[in-house]
Write a protein that binds this ligand. Structure first.
Ligand code: ATP
Length: 190
């Protein structure tokens, strides 16, 4: 599909886990393969065969990662099973340098971090029609244990409260997927 013109300002998409962010972004990237990009994350884990530095991840050693944390280089970072992972401000800027609009799929802490930078991002919140529907989607996806569903539901309540503070430029409810995708495109290509 030929993409309408789009600003190079990063687009931040947030919303409770299970709202449909991955589903919608997959569709967007498939329809407009050259228009959008994801930032390349940093990690301290070792590259797997075939993983190219700067493509799959920026592979760094622990002391270097810790130095970047101290320098406030990351929008968000976390440690999973002994390895650090993070999204740097620079990796978001790099996407625009390549002429693509960076799409960030992050949680409310990430939204708060992005607001503190001069990335000049646009913020979209994707909401489920209701918390009951969200629970049904999380259970229906078949990827979560009951504990994991509950954890996501607790976090979802916080995300929904945060969205009420007016932190986002636009809130879209994912009720009907096709309609939601049209609303998403209207915001992105605004
Ligand atoms: N409008 C919709 N109606 C019904 N089901 C939907 C709709 N949108 C998404 N779903 C389904 O809901 C489930 C959750 O969607 P998805 O995995 O895209 O959520 P997500 O927001 O990316 O979650 P996470 O942040 O955990 O990755 C999927 O099984 C998906 O097919």
């Amino acid at each position: 599909m030929v993409a309408p013109s789009v600003s190079l300002r990063p687009i931040v998409i947030s919303g409770p886990s299970g709202t449909g962010k991955s589903t919608l972004l997959k569709r967007l990237f498939a329809d407009y393969p050259d228009t959008f990009g994801f930032s390349v994350s940093h990690t301290t884990r070792k590259p797997r065969p075939g993983e190219v530095n700067g493509v799959a991840y920026h592979f760094v050693e622990r002391p270097d990662f810790e130095k970047l944390i101290k320098e406030n280089a990351f929008l968000e970072h976390a440690e999973f099973s002994g390895n650090y992972y993070g999204t740097s401000i620079k990796s978001v800027q790099d996407v625009a340098e390549k002429g693509k609009t960076c799409i960030l799929d992050i949680d409310m802490q990430g939204v708060i971090s992005v607001k503190k930078t001069d990335l000049n991002a646009r913020f979209l919140f994707l909401a489920p029609p209701s918390l009951e529907t969200l629970r049904a989607r999380l259970e229906g996806r078949g990827t979560e244990s009951p504990e994991s569903v509950q954890k996501r539901m607790d976090q979802a309540t916080k995300e929904m409260e945060f969205a009420k503070t007016g932190a986002h430029d636009k809130i879209i409810v994912n009720d009907n997927l096709d309609k939601c995708y049209e609303d998403l495109k209207a915001f992105i290509f605004e």
